[in-house]
Structures are given as structure tokens and as C-alpha cells.
Design a protein around this ligand. Structure first.
Ligand code: CMC
Length: 434
């Protein structure tokens, strides 16, 4: 180090360059490599972004070693216990918790935008009934920009706020429509007298034939699931949203890119994969067989719901989700549920196993969220869409932060090219006719 704010890079004792070191509010310092290529003619190599900060952000902070998660500085435990999902949405979007007047206005604005354009319902008819809900989500959320182009000036703060309201309000309606379409049931319109989660549960689980009374314990559980999934700094789908948005694409298109990325089993698809895995294990007696498969280098099987890129300690969201799981199972008198017993035993065995201890593989949020969603009556193939519903606000908060950032430019990673060197087409190559 030549100076406290610079770091020097040398090769064979020859100084190559000086790079500034930047400090955030908390967390590791970062080496600013923006001038590295200019100074040395070299790039950095970091597939999977293990050591690369892609932006400055004020939204969410994670300390993976300590199991800490903060939204705008507030610990996730306090938010999950003392706030509602819509308060958390306001916090993520605006940076501060709302006062009662601000919250009332925000709730009103969201409620007034829960309906979707009637013509959007035609999109559903183009899908097979057995299409995966995430495939429908990608198509229908992407189509929103074709309907709401009256407020798509991304440089206008007012338009960006309108897009945020529309996305947070309409994604639950679309998620519920995906489920109703797959099961051949009529769509349920939103009901303005219900709160955000009650309204979603009614659209998702009720039919026009019966009155629907939301159960407050289950409503609170779903509200918590949404809070726990609302944001997680620069995860794969959020980074996808930022990258898509960096070219100036509209927010509906960017959020759709995030939904597509979330679908993968290593990310948001894990909650669905956890339930499928528990069903496949089927019985406590088969757990050792599956643990052995997870540890076998020659077997691609992984214990779904275990491990995390950032958390090398218990995922704080998993602790809260475990608590919610108990509340829901108590309320529904389902403590004897086979899947739950299986999950508890699997967790116990894995946490005592040297392989999982050495690699610091702890249960993540998805390990218990699948069981809670299952108990709430949400079909397994809808789980990732439920994750998307919670994460929409995080995606849009990051997109908005990026657009407002004066340092923002189009995202364009470099590469280490390992393909063929320049070569010529052989002289005897016969041109095929068109
Ligand atoms: N079961 C068995 N072994 C595992 C698991 C697992 N679930 N997760 C990681 N490992 C092993 C992995 O084989 C590797 O071993 P080795 O060092 O011998 O090669 C080591 O642990 C490190 O794993 P990695 O894949 O290099 O770590 P990563 O940070 O790239 O991956 C992960 C993180 C979440 C993709 C991975 O742990 C995983 O696939 N978990 C299962 C899927 C899952 O539950 N995903 C949800 C994540 S939380 C929700 C979200 O944020 O989207």
C-alpha cells in the first residue's frame, strides 16, 4: 500500500498501477478497477462475480458470515416482526419507513392499480393449460409495457414511481391469474376492501361460488414470506434486472428479465425443488441415501434449500421462516404433516454431517418457505411465482436506483477469449448455394 486510499499492483517488483480503495458504510472495502485496463492493458477475471462489486447501492446490506440482512439499515428480524409487506415496499423504494399518512396514500395507490387491462386476459388463452406458471409470468408481465406506455419515460421520477406502483399492484393479480388459468377456474377480480395479502389470497384461492374469509394467521404468514423475499442486494435476478435496464429498456421488460432468471433451480426455483425433493425422499428412513447422493462428487444431486453464495452461517430468513412454519402448522393443526417431519429430520442430519459443516452449508430461506406455501394451499408449481411477487419491489427499487445514479452506464462485461485464433477459410472451401 503506497497510501491508505490506494493499492498498488506490481509484477516482478515492477509497479503496474495504483488503484483507489473505496469504503462503504459497512462491509469489505472494494478496489476500484475502472482504470485497470487503461493503466495495464489487462482485465480482471471473476466468473460468477465472487469478488466483484458491480455497483454502489444504498438498499440492502448482507453480512454472510454473521448471518445479517438489513433493508435500508433495518434488521430483517425487526421488519418481519414489526412491519407489513407494504411498509417494507415503501421503505425499499423510498429509503425511509412511511408515517401513517404516507402509508395510507401508498396503500390506496397500490389498491387502485391491482386490476389489469381487460385485454391482457386474452394473453392467457394463448398458453396451454399445463404451461409452467413462470413461463406464463414471463409472457404476461413482459406484455405489461404494451398496455401501460403512458408512463414509460425512464428519466422522469414520476413515471418511474408510477411503474413501481403498477408492478407491485399488478404482479399478484397476474400470479393468481396464472394459477386460475392452469386449473381451469375463472379469474377472480381484485377486491378493494381487502388488504394486499388478503386480496391476493382471495384471488388465488377463492372461487365465485363461495364467500372467502381470509385467516389472519395465514395472511400474516404470507405477508412475512413476501417481506423475507423482498430484496437480497445484487443476487442473480436483481443483477439481471440492472443489466437489462442499463441499456434503457423499460421497467416491465427489465422485471420480466428478472423473472426469467429467478426461475432457475439454483435461485428462485429452489423452493419448488425443495418440495419435490422432500416428496421424492418420501420417508425419514431414506434421508441417509439422499445425504450420500448430495456428498457424492460424481452425482449432480444437491440438497435443495441448503447452501448460499453469501451466507456461510444460518440464513436469517430461514430462522424466521422456520418460526412462521410452526405458526402455520399449529393454526392448521398440521404438525404431523409428513413433509414437515421429513424436513426437520433432514435439517438435523445435515447440520450434524461433516460435509455440510465443513462447507458451511446451512438451510436457506427456501428450505422452509416451500412447506409454508404448501400448507397455505399454494400448488408447488406456483412457488417460484410467489417468490417473484415478493421480489418485484426489490427489482424495481434497484432499477430505480440505477437509473438515478449519475455513474450509471450500459453494463458490458469483458471476457477471456479462449476460442480459435484468427484463421482463414480454406481456399478449396466450396461455397454452398443459397
Ligand atoms: N448440496 C450439496 N453440496 C452443496 C450444496 C448443496 N445444496 N451447495 C453447495 N454444495 C457444495 C458444492 O458441491 C461445492 O463443493 P466443492 O467445494 O467440493 O466443489 C461447495 O459446496 C460450494 O458450492 P458452490 O456451488 O461452489 O457454491 P455457490 O456459492 O456457487 O452456490 C448455491 C450457492 C445456492 C447455488 C448452492 O449452494 C446450491 O446449489 N444450493 C441448492 C439450491 C438452493 O437451495 N438455492 C437457493 C438459494 S437461496 C434463494 C435465493 O437467494 O435464490
Amino acid at each position: 500500500m503506497t497510501n491508505p486510499r490506494n493499492i498498488s499492483l506490481s509484477d516482478d517488483n515492477q509497479s503496474l498501477c495504483e488503484l483507489p480503495v473505496l469504503s462503504g458504510t459497512t462491509g469489505p472495502d472494494v478496489i476500484d478497477v475502472q482504470t485497470l485496463y487503461k493503466q495495464t492493458g489487462m482485465f480482471t477475471y471473476d466468473p460468477g462475480f465472487n469478488s466483484t462489486a458491480s455497483c454502489r447501492s444504498t438498499i440492502t446490506y448482507i453480512d454472510g458470515d454473521e448471518g445479517v440482512l438489513l433493508y435500508r439499515g433495518y434488521p430483517i428480524e425487526q421488519l418481519a416482526q414489526q412491519c407489513t409487506f407494504l411498509e417494507v415496499c415503501y421503505l425499499l423504494l423510498k429509503g425511509e419507513l412511511p408515517d401513517s399518512g404516507q402509508l395510507k396514500e401508498f396503500q390506496y395507490n397500490i389498491t387502485m392499480h391491482t386490476m389489469v387491462h381487460d385485454q391482457l386476459t386474452n394473453f392467457f388463452k394463448g398458453f396451454r393449460r399445463d404451461a409452467h406458471p413462470m413461463a406464463i409470468m414471463v409472457g404476461v408481465v413482459g406484455a405489461l409495457s404494451a398496455f401501460y406506455h403512458d408512463a414509460l419515460d425512464i428519466k422522469s421520477k414520476k413515471d418511474r414511481e408510477m411503474c413501481a406502483i403498477r408492478l407491485i399492484a399488478k404482479v399478484p393479480t397476474i400470479v393468481a391469474m396464472c394459477h386460475k388459468y392452469s386449473s381451469g377456474m375463472p379469474f377472480m377480480h381484485p377486491k378493494n376492501k381487502l388488504n394486499y395479502v388478503e386480496n391476493f389470497m382471495r384471488m388465488m384461492l377463492a372461487t365465485p361460488c363461495d364467500e372467502y374469509e381470509p385467516n389472519p394467521v395465514l395472511v400474516r404468514a404470507l405477508d412475512r414470506i413476501l417481506i423475507l423475499h423482498a430484496d437480497h442486494e445484487q443476487n442473480a435476478s436483481t443483477s439481471t434486472v440492472r443489466l437489462a435496464g442499463s441499456s434503457g429498456a423499460n421497467p416491465f421488460a427489465c422485471v420480466t428479465a428478472g423473472i426469467a432468471c429467478l426461475w432457475g433451480a439454483a435461485h428462485g426455483g429452489a423452493n419448488e425443488a425443495v418440495l419435490n425433493m422432500l416428496e421424492k425422499i418420501g420417508d425419514v428412513s431414506r434421508i441417509p441415501e439422499f445425504i450420500a447422493k448430495a456428498k457424492d462428487k460424481n452425482d449432480s444431486f444437491r440438497l435443495m434449500g441448503f447452501g448460499h453464495r453469501v451466507y456461510k452461517n444460518y440464513d436469517p430468513r430461514a430462522t424466521l421462516m422456520r418460526e412462521t412454519c410452526h405458526e402455520v402448522l399449529n393454526e392448521l393443526d398440521l404438525h404431523d404433516m409428513k413433509l414437515f417431519k421429513l424436513a426437520v429430520e433432514l435439517e438435523r442430519i445435515a447440520l450434524e454431517d461433516d460435509y455440510f459443516i465443513e462447507k458451511k452449508l446451512y438451510p436457506n430461506v427456501d428450505f422452509y418457505s416451500g412447506i409454508v406455501l404448501h400448507a397455505l394451499g399454494i400448488p408447488t408449481n406456483m412457488f417460484t411465482a410467489m417468490f417473484a411477487m415478493g421480489r418485484t419491489v426489490g427489482w424495481i427499487a434497484h432499477w430505480d436506483e440505477m437509473i438515478a445514479d449519475p455513474e450509471q452506464k450500459i453494463g458490458r462485461p469483458r471476457q477471456l477469449y479462449t476460442g480459435a485464433d484468427r484463421r482463414d477459410i480454406p481456399a478449396d472451401h466450396v461455397k454452398t448455394s443459397l
